[in-house]
Design a protein around this ligand. Structure first.
Ligand SMILES: [Fe+2]
Ligand SMILES: [Fe+2]
Length: 505
């Protein structure tokens, strides 16, 4: 008989699903949150897990990630949510959900998805639960689960470069993992002044906004300054504390956020008496989380400082180019703009996007080494002058050699006048021998040059420019990149004007 685990914090939904599935001859167990579900999963094999997404103590996505981490693909997980939106579906897919069903659900959809999941062949299906976990006692098991969840939070924090987003992420996970009514996080500057404060309160929870104001203004700064933590497991047994802070009964914990630079802030956690409550054990786990948060914040700030330094360096070089030749300065700005159209079409990451922008702005930096007369001479270059003109990619690569923060910068600048069929300069590279960014910049460069001779606002001219570019597909330009450029460019033009479409084949 197939075993199905139903996880939902709403008892009525758990009961309804269990009834429905039992009718079909399945064995059903229930859990009211992710942590409880994990305890059951450690002890027994389930053929399918049917889980709500929004739950305290490990939400559905967190539960799914831990299941995938521990059991791979052997247990299909079907998620149920009343809040299916553009964010949830890709998030669920990425985490490895078998299906996502919206609430309120039809019984037919549930039956279909469960049957499909049970029929899906899996080589590991039915594998035995790891025996050593059956032997450890409940407390250790709880700790293992808590640390698995912590690891998952740390993983989710890793790609976040923005500290405000990072804090929001940590607060959300902390609240759901430890089943809290309120989480408050305050950051202080070096003089102890409040710099940033954020709070998360559960809906209909015991703690009110006014209580939070009082805690934020009076209690949190004094505990933070002492750089010690405070844990009150039962607020109602501390009448002295209650006189100053008349909070509803429950448990409360405050921990300082410390980094190598000293005190950064403090986090307050509150759970009312209906909840599991905060203990010294929880405080150790939260301390680990805060430690990681402090390190990550420091790292982000360092990254931000480096980013500013890089931007300043590129801007200084670009300004030097502008001082030498205003025409090349404007041309390079246009090239950057067109290169980013391709970057968008390629869905490059923020990091790659920024590097490409820097390189496009600096692609002609080598022209600062050319004599002014040559730089301003439009036509009729002698053979010798053409040769001298063609040295600018090499000169540019030499200038850019000291910039180490853009991987492959020298090669891109050196090869931006190579042509796809191998007839370019300085090295006659062909096809994919030419670095990708150099192939992109070549297209942007060619198009920017065309816009200097044909008026962009003229629709006929735009079609003409696309035709000219297409004639050089596979000769001068990488056909794949050119197609992406023209498609993305046409889309922008169409968005800009509701006109007859331009063709891009
Ligand atoms: Fe150039
Ligand atoms: Fe150029």
């Amino acid at each position: 008989m197939p075993s199905i685990l139903v996880v939902d914090d709403e008892k009525s939904i758990r009961e309804a699903l269990s009834f429905l599935l039992q009718e079909q001859g399945h064995h059903i167990d229930q859990a009211e949150n992710g942590l409880e579900a994990l305890s059951l999963l450690q002890a027994k094999h389930y053929d399918v897990v049917l889980s709500d997404v929004r739950m305290p103590r490990l939400n559905g996505i967190q539960l799914l990630e831990i299941i995938r981490g521990q059991w791979g693909g052997e247990i299909p997980v079907i998620l149920l949510s009343a809040y299916i939106n553009q964010e949830l579906t890709p998030l669920a897919q990425k985490a490895g959900a078998y299906a996502v069903i919206s609430k309120p659900f039809s019984t037919q959809t549930i039956m279909q998805q469960v049957s499909r999941a049970l029929e899906t062949p899996s080589p590991q299906k039915g594998a035995q639960v790891k025996p050593f976990l059956l032997e450890v006692d409940n407390e250790i098991q709880k700790k293992i689960l808590e640390f698995s969840a912590l690891e998952m939070i740390q993983k989710s924090m890793r790609p976040i470069g923005d500290n405000a987003k990072l804090l929001a992420e940590v607060m959300q996970h902390t609240q759901s993992l430890f089943d809290l009514d309120a989480v408050i996080l305050c950051l202080y500057d070096r003089d102890g002044n409040l710099q940033h404060g954020c709070r998360r309160l559960s809906q209909g929870g015991a703690l009110q906004e006014a209580d939070c104001e009082l805690l934020e203004k009076r209690l949190l700064p004094s505990i933070a300054r002492s750089q010690r933590s405070l844990l009150i497991e039962r607020l109602d047994t501390h009448p002295g504390f209650q006189r100053h802070y008349p909070l509803p009964p429950g448990s409360m914990m405050i921990l300082p956020l410390l980094t190598d630079y000293g005190l950064q802030g403090a986090m307050l956690l509150y759970a009312d008496q209906q909840r599991a409550g905060l203990t010294a054990e929880t405080s150790k786990t939260i301390a680990i989380l805060l430690n990681y948060l402090g390190l990550k914040m420091e790292n982000n700030e360092r990254g931000q400082r480096l980013h500013t330094y890089y931007t300043d360096t590129v801007q200084a070089l670009f300004a030097a180019l502008g001082a030498k030749d205003a025409y090349t300065y404007e041309h390079s700005a246009k090239v950057a703009c067109y290169a980013l159209i391709i970057a968008r079409g390629l869905q490059l990451s923020e990091y790659e996007f920024r590097n490409l922008e820097y390189l496009a702005l600096l692609h002609d930096i080598g022209k600062v080494a050319l004599p002014d007369e040559l730089l301003h001479k439009k036509n009729g270059l002698s053979e010798e002058e053409v040769k001298m003109w063609q040295t600018h990619p090499l000169a540019g690569a030499g200038i850019i050699a000291s910039i180490k923060f853009i991987p492959g910068a020298c090669e891109v600048i050196r090869h931006h006048h190579e042509q796809y069929d191998g007839s370019g300069y300085p090295d006659g590279l062909k096809g994919r021998e030419i670095p990708l960014y150099a192939r992109i910049i070549a297209i942007a460069d060619g198009f920017a040059n065309l816009t200097e001779t044909l008026a962009l606002h003229n629709r006929e001219a735009q079609k003409q420019m696309i035709d000219v570019m297409m004639r050089d597909s596979g000769r001068k330009y990488d056909p794949e990149m050119l197609k992406i450029f023209i498609q993305s460019y046409c889309r922008i033009i169409l968005l800009d004007r509701k006109n007859t479409p331009l063709t891009a084949n």
